[in-house]
Ligand binder design. Structure first.
Ligand code: ARG
Ligand code: ZN
Length: 882
């Protein structure tokens, strides 16, 4: 474990490496407690580097067995080796260094480097895990050609995988065997991977658009091969899509995916050998929900797409992380939009951005999409780098238009192939093909915070003009007090208040009209629409063309109109949602004065209209009818948050909407014509979702028939979407009844041997809101099946409670905070990355009402005072407290 936890790294300090590695030869003699790693690396001094620069290699907790230079053992005075550094004084211009280190995979609970998962050896090297395996220049701008030889017990580990193409394999003495792999594509160390174990495999043949024959393999826990088919299907569709849309074809003879049960994140794009958290590979109708299927499809695509955006072109340094992540998220979003419904996908992506990135950007953990400093890079695999990073790529595509954007992409992919690149180089490609200056746009990468557009409008009936006045503002974020105005595309439309149709302007002044898209780049801009015959309703930021907040006071009536008639589906969803939030906020004010909430008839009518509208996709209707989450409402309120008050008001609105919808539930559900056979298509998923949403409303409205239907649904469900939905709703709405207890028992009996589904059992209980949640979670972590070393299990209880149960976590007496702080302290010693991630649940603590704020602060301070934390957790903690 590194002890220097306070040191910061700065982008401005970047220096090219003194030595470049050309070839890396790795030999692993695998053993559960004592694996021996022999690394033979040819290094070369970089042109321009200082002639007597020492070679300094990174390590992390390593034990050196021996070292030799150009075939001769190294004299002790030539080098020094500590657990986290190997230094060789004045090496020649070109040389080969051979080191032997010993590591203990069985004791590696941090799941970074070489570890055992489910009895199998696997690795995770991004960001800085390779240095936990061997001494190396562990930085992405050192790219080398790797050859790997694995030796292990033949019986326990029949499958031996690494990057690239397979080479020789054979038997060894003592019941052992070996396999060799060679990866011809130069790569940084973070993309190295090995897997050795006993797994069940499925295979498929694929021929690329260039005619290359590829053998695809997915390797999962034995006996689960029949749950890998959907991931394989998603992989094949991703490969085809990337050829067709981006012109990117696969470049090796094999492509392997391995699913492991213990994994810190979602998955990892190691060259030719992707390693996945098994919950993002395994699926069957009995075990996976529609959401799980969609996620598997998206993550399989994401990791595969990294082969070009990430692997062929990698990052110069970790500050450039969004170069591969933002771009690859954009690509996987586009893929899913093509596979499913584009409008629905856009709404989902924006919801995710608002739920995770906006709060990050509004609190103490705010950082630019390209950060300029970090203490622990693993803390920067954030919604800002990934999701906001994807929005920036999307804005470039909108600003330049699809053709010029693709031209820029092609330029980037060919010009920088084989390189470790920067955001500057990426943007320069788009400047070159568009002949435009994107320097103001570049600020999106360096300025943190969500910009707000303050909008005022004026309709002049006699002149027939509609003026839209827009002023950009950005609140200060840590380390950035003042901000410059940004360059962004803004999609604006006008909807006639009488005709309820898009109005066409004779001309527009103040900004160029590019098919309804206008470019902003100054602090204040005024766009005037001429020839507007009727009073318009402003439809602004259609399709969420820019990742900003809009500050504009629509009348409720106008929101109702947009919700029903906007030609942009995203705006319909958005307007109804805003309308719903206003109802909830009004109810909070009433309830605070001990008055019964009153609901606007217009709002309830709009809900009914959406539910009934057969012209709209069921998935869209379901999403529109989902009230803003408690967390989202808290974010919109922004200050003095009392989660109990939010919960009550939201629940009251749900009850009121339910009373409207319940009489229609059965009729609407029938028109959906729910399929008998489960197919994981987006269309079918939408039908199930709408039916379930309506059922939830019925239950919220205390309808006895709905309750009976719910219990029956749980009993007779033929797929996990329906079963999990019913399970969660029963636990929440029938708390303390025999029906709820019975559901807990039955779900457990049925799935206790399937860890991925058992996680749903844990999570559903941890999500039940209210005071009792802390006691429930204490019970859950004491369960025999709970396990602090498995991140999925930990997240199912600790993560669900702290991020998905606002009333439980934010209990007024602070018991929820104390429970989580204790859990984090315990976890930090086992797996710092996961502990630090869970700690971010406190990121919005300053927005709480005073009593809870005090409780949260004292819990955080207690964590700071106790035993020294990992670099990961202490960085997050210090940023949150400063
Ligand atoms: N590059 C991976 C992905 O986006 C994420 C791996 C990050 N892992 C980590 N320990 N920081 O798909
Ligand atoms: Zn990624």
């Amino acid at each position: 474990m590194r002890t220097d936890t306070a040191k910061s790294f700065y982008l401005k300090d970047y220096r090219a490496p003194d030595y470049l590695a050309r070839t890396v030869d790795l030999r692993f003699v695998l053993h559960p407690e004592q694996s021996e790693v022999t690394a033979t690396v040819s290094y070369e001094r970089r042109k321009g580097a200082d002639g007597d620069a020492p070679l300094v290699l990174d390590g992390d907790g390593l034990e050196l067995v021996s070292a030799s230079l150009d075939g001769k053992p190294l004299a002790g005075d030539r080098y020094s080796a500590t657990p986290d550094r190997f230094t060789l004084a004045s090496p020649p211009q070109r040389f080969t260094l051979k080191t032997v280190t010993r590591v203990n995979p069985g004791a590696n609970t941090a799941l970074s480097g070489l570890y055992l998962s489910g009895g199998n050896y696997c690795t995770q090297c991004e960001a800085e895990g390779f240095r936990r395996i061997t001494y190396f220049t562990d930085r992405p701008d050192v790219m080398a050609v790797y050859s790997v030889r694995l030796e292990a017990d033949a019986k326990q580990t029949p499958l031996l995988l690494s990057n690239g193409n397979p080479g020789r394999k054979g038997k060894l003495a003592g019941g052992r065997h070996f396999a060799e792999w060679h990866d011809p594509h130069p790569k940084p160390s973070y993309l190295f991977a090995l897997v050795a174990g006993d797994l069940g495999s499925i295979h498929r043949a694929y021929v690329t658009s260039e005619g290359r024959k590829v053998k695809l393999g997915i390797h999962v826990q034995k006996g689960k091969e029949n749950q890998a088919g959907y991931a394989m299907d998603a992989l094949v569709r991703s490969m085809r899509w990337d050829e067709e849309v981006f012109g990117c074809a696969y470049d090796l003879d094999v492509f392997n995916i391995v699913a492991v049960p213990d994994f810190n994140m979602g998955a990892m794009e190691n060259k030719g050998l992707n390693i996945f958290n098994d919950k993002y590979v395994l699926a069957s109708p009995e075990t996976a929900t529609d959401t799980d299927y969609a996620r598997i499809e998206g993550i399989v695509a994401h990791e595969y797409f990294h082969n070009w955006t990430g692997n062929r072109i990698t990052c110069r340094d970790w500050f450039q992380l969004c170069l591969k992540e933002g771009l690859t998220v954009y690509r996987d979003q586009e893929f899913s939009a093509d596979m499913r419904s584009r409008a629905v996908k856009r709404i989902e992506d924006v919801s995710l951005l608002r739920a995770h990135q906006f709060p990050e950007d509004a609190g103490p953990l705010a950082h630019p999409v390209r950060p300029d400093r970090y203490r622990e890079i693993n803390n920067f695999y954030t919604a800002t780098v990934y999701e906001k990073g994807a929005e920036l790529v999307r804005m470039i595509a909108t600003l330049l238009g699809p053709d010029v954007f693709m031209k820029g992409m092609r330029r980037y992919l060919s010009k920088h192939d084989g390189e470790a690149a920067t955001i500057e180089q990426f943007i320069a490609c788009f400047e070159a093909v568009s002949k435009r200056d994107l320097s103001r746009f570049f600020l999106w990468y360096t300025q943190a915070g969500t910009p707000v557009l303050h909008v005022a409008t004026h309709y002049d009936r006699s002149r027939k003009t509609f003026a839209v006045d827009i002023e950009q503002s950005q609140a200060p974020t840590p380390g950035q007090a003042r901000k410059k105005p940004l360059h962004m595309p803004l999609a604006v439309g006008l909807v006639g208040s009488v005709s309820k149709q898009d109005l066409k302007a004779e001309k527009v002044t103040g900004a160029e009209d590019q098919g309804g898209i206008f470019e902003l780049s100054q602090r204040r801009q005024k766009i005037t629409f001429h020839g507007i015959d009727e009073k318009p309703v402003l439809s602004i930021n259609r399709g969420f063309s820019a990742p900003v907040e809009i500050d504009y006071r629509h009348l409720d009536r106008e929101l109702g109109l947009l919700a029903a008639h906007d030609s942009d589906l995203f705006m319909r969803w958005q307007s109804f949602r805003l309308f719903a939030s206003r109802q909830i906020f009004a109810a909070m004010r009433s309830l605070a004065r001990r008055k019964k909430p009153v609901w606007k008839k217009e709002f309830l009518d709009a809900a009914v209209k959406i539910a009934e509208n057969g012209d709209l996709e069921p998935a869209f209707r379901a999403m529109a009818l989902t009230l803003p989450s408690e967390t989202e409402l808290a974010r919109l309120l922004g200050r003095n948050i009392n989660p109990d008050a939010i919960y009550k008001a939201r629940r009251a609105l749900s009850n009121a909407v339910g009373e409207q919808l319940e009489p229609l539930r059965e009729t609407i559900t029938e028109t959906l014509d729910l399929p008998d056979r489960f197919e994981p298509s987006g269309a079918d998923a939408g039908k199930r979702e709408l039916a379930n949403r309506l059922l939830a409303y019925g239950v919220h409205a205390d309808s006895e028939t709905a309750e009976a239907a719910l219990v029956e649904k749980f009993r007779a469900a033929t797929n996990m979407t329906d079963r999990e939905f019913a399970f969660r709703l029963i636990l929440q709405e029938m708390q303390g009844t025999p029906a709820a207890e019975d559901a807990v028992t039955r779900f457990h009996e049925r799935y206790r041997d399937d860890p991925i589904v058992l996680d749903k059992w844990f999570a559903a209980q941890a999500a039940v809101s209210g005071r009792g949640a802390v006691a429930t979670c204490r019970k859950l972590v004491a369960d025999d099946a709970f396990n602090w070393t498995n991140p999925n299990r930990v997240r199912s209880v600790i993560g669900t409670f702290s991020s998905g149960n606002p009333t439980g976590f934010n209990r007024a007496d602070g018991a929820g905070y104390r429970f989580i702080i204790d859990a984090i302290r315990k976890l930090d010693a086992i797996n710092p990355q996961v502990a630090a991630r869970l700690l971010t649940a406190f990121r919005s603590w300053r927005m709480l009402e005073p009593e809870r704020r005090k409780q949260a602060q004292s819990a955080l301070r207690r964590l700071k005072k106790g035993r020294k934390l990992s670099r990961d957790s202490s960085e997050i903690l210090d940023r949150m407290l400063s």
